[in-house]
Design a protein around this ligand. Structure first.
Ligand code: SAH
Ligand code: SF4
Length: 375
């Protein structure tokens, strides 16, 4: 941006001011940038769009999951979800907030259980469209928190200095209103690699959101070459692998990507990432009745997890209308998890959030587009 600003005849330091307004003060209007000359604001408005996504539907589930449908400039729809996990013994206002962002419109990978793949792939998002999802959540939460009261409470008070902007309120303002970011919305992050890395760098940057890579999780269906590339990229994000099958026979049935990168290609790439970055690895395993929930699968999964020093996250399948899959009964889920525990694998089972608001990946958009097509 500095280069463009200088080429257009403005002073280089203006770029820093613009970043400040966008990422620290989080304004969404050029005219609110009061320390910028009027002609420069005009040039910005002609050349850039602030937040190129617009929320059009905001659904709140009983269990504190909030799902937003966002419209892009070309009218495509994507989903962004805010998940609040209340901390033990503390009220909801002190919950841990995770934002789940989308990285593509639709998805080309066609996993058999997933709503995002059902309508096929439309296009990649720009990094700006991914960052804008986060900025919307930031602004929305800050408005609801009413002047950052809650977040400032964690920041050390310096001596009171009456009026003006104190160091404390500045820090609080800069801290995003959420704790974690997961790339688990629509699309395959590693298939939009450049936008993914660009987004992570903007999130990390001190001129950007100043958000640590260790609080960012990239979930992938298993694009082995890009996993290897990401390991060398110098961004220490957490990686989650959507495994969902512990043998090629099972994985082949539900994830077409397994034909291109079967386990013997995928697992070494994951191992390389793990060795580069330590223990920042999760294996996601959706439990689908009679597809991958046998005790034999649990035993195979345990072997893989131990070899990779990975944490296993079991997720009872979220039913998607029009798809035949079901979640197993709770005793069956428990039996699966017990095998992993007995094998000394670190394992959690997600008691799902947001079932009542179509929270499974891609479902809200699918339903909205179907309804629009009918009307
Ligand atoms: N494309 C990436 C990230 C988006 S999907 C990936 O596949 O990892 C995010 C997660 O949601 C993946 O683990 C995916 O397998 C899971 N998922 C998709 N549909 C689901 C459903 N109906 N119920 C539960 N999890 C689902
Ligand atoms: Fe795409 Fe991930 Fe859904 Fe598979 S699970 S279709 S890779 S979004």
């Amino acid at each position: 941006m500095t280069e463009r600003i200088v080429a257009a005849g403005y002073k280089a330091f203006r770029a820093k001011q613009v970043m400040d307004w966008l990422y620290k003060k989080r304004v969404e209007d050029w005219d609110a940038m009061s320390n910028l000359p009027k002609d420069f604001r005009g040039w910005l408005a002609e050349n850039y769009i602030i937040y190129p996504v617009r929320p059009i539907l905001d659904k709140r589930s009983d269990d504190v999951t909030q799902k937003m449908l966002m419209e892009l400039e070309d009218k495509s729809l994507i989903e962004t979800v805010l998940i609040r996990a209340p901390k033990k013994g503390v009220g909801q206002e002190d919950s841990r907030k995770t934002v789940c962002v989308s990285i593509q419109v639709g998805c080309a990978y066609g996993c058999k259980f997933c709503a995002s793949g059902l309508a096929g792939f439309r296009r990649n998002l720009l990094a700006a469209e991914v960052v804008a999802q986060l900025m919307h959540i930031c602004r929305r939460e800050e408005e609801q928190e009413g002047g950052n009261e809650h977040r400032t409470s964690n920041v050390e008070h310096s001596t009171s200095n009456g009026g003006g902007e104190s160091q404390m309120s500045k820090q609080a303002q800069e801290r995003p209103a959420f704790d974690n970011i997961v790339f688990m919305g629509m699309g395959e992050p590693l298939a939009n690699y450049d936008a993914l890395v660009r987004t992570i760098r903007i999130l990390n940057a001190d001129w950007g959101l100043n958000f640590g890579a260790r609080r960012i999780t990239v979930s992938t269906s298993g694009l082995a070459p890009q996993i290897e590339q990401l390991a060398e990229e110098g961004v220490a994000v957490r990686l989650a692998i959507s495994l969902h099958g512990a043998t090629n026979a099972v994985r082949d049935q539900i994830m077409p990507i397994n034909k291109r990168y079967p386990l013997e290609k995928l697992l070494p790439a994951v191992k390389a990432f793990q060795q580069k970055h330590g223990r920042m690895l999760t294996l996601e395993f959706i439990l689908i009745e009679d597809v991958n929930d046998s005790l034999e699968q649990a035993r195979e999964l345990a072997k893989i997890a131990r070899n990779l020093h990975a944490h296993v996250n079991c997720i009872p399948y979220n039913t998607v209308e029009g798809l035949p899959w079901k979640r197993p009964s709770i005793p069956r889920q428990d039996a699966f998890v017990d095998i992993l525990k007995k094998a000394k694998v670190s394992v959690t089972i997600r008691r799902e959030k947001g079932h009542d608001i179509n929270a499974a990946c891609g479902q809200l958009r699918l339903k909205t587009e179907e309804a629009a097509a009918e009307s």
